[in-house]
Design a protein around this ligand. Structure first.
Ligand SMILES: [Zn+2]
Ligand SMILES: [Zn+2]
Length: 364
């Protein structure tokens, strides 16, 4: 970082750089919002740290998991970091805290697409998992039942596909744009298709208690993918942002801004994230609508090369792109495994985070 720059740093970078803020005292009745626990944050290489975000309404233990690239290792890492301490584990279950959260706290999976970095943790954990529904667009459910839970790659824990079906997982197809309640949780989910380098991926809007959070699976920019899936999404959720109901967006930035568009392969860079957030603001009624929005950046491609970690380049690019595009009021956070964030739970609620632990958490 150049000398003299720090006085220019907007608040979001300070938050992103110093996430060990003291947690606010819990309110007696939490304001509408969500708790996000990052079980897996990266978009490649680290098989113990791939996309998986546990989301639950504030004050409510009934969670869903958005994507499931890393599940068990993510729960163990989150537990070690103290990020599951707020989950009440009843005595006598015979389960560790990660085991209880896997079998009972997570009530459903929402899968954006069936690429391995989004489903491998679910497959590996399946023998010890509890029964639950898997929500996805029909093409993703077909990929699971035809190509993963098919008795060849893995036993068929689903309720469709090659017999006999073990029926632990219930496939629940979503209809784009239609809100469906997620049973046994306080949340509804609405899906929209995304374009991801030749296959469909999915965005999920979760709503509870008058608040909403949007998770985007892998996606490329409209201008590179040759379509308008992101614009369609922003048109649909723009009113939620304008009404201050949308509290956070989880979106990918796989590569830094040096990556040429022809090598994006259905992914985003910080510059494209900033660009599409401006499109969202336009659909929501102007740049002011982004004020206070938390944007959690995931799916950064990990690297085994020497030199600075890729997320540091992403952080640097986001700072520059956000300043250029007038997005200083957005609270950007780079996702780290074992992190817990509270979003939208009242105007005084700071971003709460727990340091990552274990071999996949880099020291800061
Ligand atoms: Zn991916
Ligand atoms: Zn993918």
């Amino acid at each position: 970082m150049k000398p003299g720059l720090p006085f220019l740093l907007p608040a979001f970078l300070l938050l992103a750089s110093f996430p060990f803020l003291p947690s606010p005292a819990p309110a007696a009745t939490p304001a509408p919002g969500f708790v996000v626990t990052v079980l897996g944050a990266r978009g490649g290489m680290l098989d113990g740290n791939l996309s998986a975000y546990m989301i639950r309404p504030t004050g409510d233990d009934r969670a869903i998991l958005c994507d499931a690239g890393t599940v068990t290792a993510g729960l163990v890492a989150a537990d070690r970091a103290g990020a599951l301490d707020d989950v009440a584990v009843p005595p006598g279950t015979g389960l560790t805290r990660p085991g209880y959260v896997l079998a009972h706290t997570i009530r459903a999976y929402l899968l954006s697409h069936a690429h391995l970095d989004h489903v491998a943790g679910l497959v590996i954990a399946s023998p010890d998992d509890g029964p639950k529904p898997i929500y996805a667009l029909p093409a993703t459910l077909h990929d699971l039942s035809a190509h993963l839970f098919n008795w060849r790659i893995w036993p068929n824990f689903g309720d469709a596909g090659p017999p006999p079906t073990l029926g632990k997982y219930h496939y629940r197809p979503l209809v784009p744009g239609r809100a469906d309640p997620v049973p046994d949780t306080a949340m509804t989910v609405t899906a929209w298709p995304l374009s991801h380098g030749g296959i469909d991926s999915t965005a999920f809007l979760l709503a509870a208690n008058g608040a909403a959070i949007l998770y985007l699976g892998d996606t490329g920019p409209d201008a590179v993918e040759g379509g308008h899936r992101l614009d369609d999404l922003w048109r649909a959720v723009g009113p939620q942002l304008a009404a201050h109901r949308l509290k956070a967006i989880i979106i990918e930035a796989s590569y830094d801004d040096t990556r040429p568009d022809r090598l994006l392969f259905g992914h985003m860079t910080p510059a494209w994230v900033a660009d599409t957030l401006r499109d969202l603001a336009r659909r929501a009624g102007g740049p002011d609508t982004l004020r206070g929005l938390t944007v959690l950046i995931g799916h950064v491609k990990a690297s085994l090369a020497t030199g600075p970690a890729p997320q540091e380049a992403i952080r640097r690019d986001l700072l520059r792109d956000a300043a250029r595009d007038g997005l200083q009021d957005v609270r950007f956070v780079i996702a780290e495994q074992g992190q817990r964030l509270t979003v939208g739970a009242g105007p005084t609620a700071a971003t709460e985070a727990v340091p990552p632990a274990g071999p996949t958490g880099r020291p800061r």
